[in-house]
Design a binder for this molecule. Structure first.
Ligand SMILES: [Zn+2]
Length: 95
């Protein structure tokens, strides 16, 4: 819904996949079944088109030294069972 006025009058659109790193926390207590994945960042990225979404950052170490706010990111999709999960890595990096 619209973060400004709460309106539910929204629509689907095809996004470019470009985003910037808006915020993150580094989770040191992974969920059950994902113990081998931690610590990892739970990130909020801002799409080039405006909306923000929660995701994970891939392709770089998930450390404060490597996770630079406002860094340019590009979406990549990871297949997990029947679901294709949108994750983000550094823009311009080989994928
Ligand atoms: Zn609105």
């Amino acid at each position: 819904m619209c973060p400004e006025c709460g309106s539910a009058d929204v629509e689907w659109f095809t996004a470019s996949g470009r985003a910037t790193l808006y915020s993150y926390v580094i989770n040191h207590r992974p969920a059950r079944g994902f113990e081998g994945d931690g610590p990892y960042a739970i990130a909020v990225v801002q799409l080039a088109e405006g909306p923000r979404m929660m995701t994970n950052i891939v392709g770089i170490p998930n450390t404060p030294e490597d996770l630079i706010l406002d860094m340019e990111l590009q979406v990549t999709f990871e297949q997990r069972g029947d679901v294709s999960v949108p994750l983000f890595g550094p823009a311009g990096a080989a994928r």
